[in-house]
Each structure stands twice: as structure tokens, then as C-alpha cells.
Design a protein around this ligand. Structure first.
Ligand SMILES: Nc1ncnc2c1ncn2[C@@H]1O[C@H](COP(=O)(O)OP(=O)(O)OP(=O)(O)O)[C@@H](O)[C@H]1O
Length: 221
């Protein structure tokens, strides 16, 4: 469902072009989970942004469901993101003026995939039953991150892209949030591409790849 072929990406800097990705190939099947690892600055977030169509490669192709996203206009890419992708970052990006339930509903509605049953199930699975009418600022960090994961999965996206989703949480909370994320991804039937530099976080995923010197290789188990 995600097919990245021979992707190159450099950033313009005052010192000249900074080559970050130099011939990256990556394929992810429906329902599959993949950890994207590598040292700080190796280009993990850059690759995730390209997969989301938030940025475009200099060369190469990113295909989602068989469609080359670099050939789409930005409004069409935004629509594809809304309808097919879920995004989770270290910062929660919740809508502060909407309560728990409406944060979930909004995302599903934007994707045109409202499902009251799944939303109700999500609230319970996120451990937020009884908190439906609470606003994000009334929740703890761990609860906000659980809500952010639920919001991304509310439309049951084909692919969840997660950038260090537990990076802001203490170790115990991070472990609980990760377990929940993996369970919900399975229940939603989504594929998962997750950036992490933690081998512990990467371990339960189907595959692990490491970015180094602009290329992807197998990461040690
Ligand atoms: N907009 C930009 N302009 C210039 N350089 C950039 C830009 N975005 C990222 N970079 C540089 O590209 C390289 C890769 O950045 P990226 O954020 O993809 O790495 P990362 O592997 O996700 O790092 P980390 O684990 O620290 O988050 C870094 O050297 C970074 O400084």
C-alpha cells in the first residue's frame, strides 16, 4: 500500500545542499508494521514526511495505494492524507476547543468515515470512558497522547504514520501507550510506519529498518 522507490532528498542550507536521503526504497503491505530507526539526524522524520505527502522528494517516487503522490496537487494530497492516513507526532496536535468525543468525531468526519460504534469503542479502549466531555487541557500527558492516537485511528486509516509517539512520556506511561497503539492499529486494520530510536519500542513490530548515510538497511533485531 506504501511504495517508496529510489527517493532522494536534500535540503538547501547556507553551506550548500545537505543530502539526507540518497536512494531509499521501502515497501509496506496492508496491515504490516515497520519500525524506522537510525541515529539523530539520519533523516527518519524527513522520510515520514515524504510518506505523508507533507513534503516531496527531489527524485524518486512515493506511491500510496498505487497513486504517485508527487504527481498530485497539494489539495489532492491533503485529501488523500485526510482519507487514507493517520498521523501521530510527539506533540499531540489535539483541537483544544473540542472535547474528547468531538476530537475523535471530527477526524472521522473529515475522512468521511464516521462510525459511532468504532468511536465509542475507541473511547473505552483509550481509557477515556467518563471523560467524553473533557477538553484536552483537562487530561494528563499520557491521556492526551492516547487521545491523539485515537484521533488518528478514528477513521480507521489504511496507514498510521507515527513519529516517536511515546517520546514525550515517562517510561511506564510510554510502555502502556505503545501497547495500546499496537492493539488499536491491529483492530483498525491499519498498516503502521513508526519512527523510533528505541530498540524496545521497535521490538514488537513486524519489521525494523535503519536509516544510515541516506540509505535504508536491515536493523539488528
Ligand atoms: N527544513 C530543513 N532545512 C534544512 N535542513 C533540514 C531541514 N529539515 C531537516 N533538516 C536536516 O536534515 C537532517 C535529517 O533531519 P530529520 O529530522 O529527518 O532527522 P531524524 O532522523 O528524524 O532526526 P531526530 O531523530 O533527531 O528527530 C538533519 O541534519 C536536519 O538538520
Amino acid at each position: 500500500m506504501l511504495d517508496i522507490r529510489q527517493v532522494y532528498k536534500a535540503y538547501a542550507t547556507p553551506q550548500g545542499p545537505l543530502r539526507v536521503l540518497a536512494g531509499v526504497d521501502l515497501r509496506l503491505a496492508a496491515g504490516e508494521s515497520l519500525a524506522l530507526m537510525g541515529e539523530s539526524g539520519s533523516g527518519k522524520s524527513t522520510l515520514l514526511h515524504l510518506a505523508a505527502g507533507l513534503d516531496l522528494p527531489d527524485h524518486g517516487e512515493v506511491r500510496l495505494d498505487g497513486r504517485a503522490i508527487s504527481s498530485l496537487s497539494e489539495p489532492r494530497r491533503a485529501r488523500l492524507r485526510r482519507e487514507r492516513l493517520g498521523l501521530v507526532f510527539q506533540q499531540f496536535h489535539l483541537v483544544p476547543s473540542l472535547d474528547v468525543l468531538d476530537n475523535l468525531r471530527l477526524q472521522a468526519r473529515l475522512a468521511g468515515r464516521e462510525s459511532p460504534d468504532w468511536t465509542a469503542r475507541l473511547v473505552a479502549r483509550l481509557g477515556l470512558a467518563g471523560r467524553e466531555r473533557h477538553y484536552p487541557e483537562q487530561l494528563s500527558g499520557g491521556q492526551q497522547q492516547r487521545l491523539a492516537i485515537g484521533r488518528a485511528l478514528a477513521p480507521r486509516p489504511a496507514l498510521l504514520l507515527a513519529d516517536e509517539p511515546t517520546g514525550n512520556l515517562d517510561e511506564t506511561t510510554a510502555g502502556e501507550v505503545l501497547r495500546l497503539l499496537l492493539e488499536l492499529v491491529r483492530e483498525a486494520g491499519s498498516a503502521l510506519l513508526m519512527v523510533t530510536h528505541s530498540p524496545v519500542v521497535a521490538a514488537p513490530l513486524d519489521r525494523r529498518l535503519r536509516l544510515s548515510h541516506g540509505r535504508l538497511g536491515e536493523a539488528p533485531p
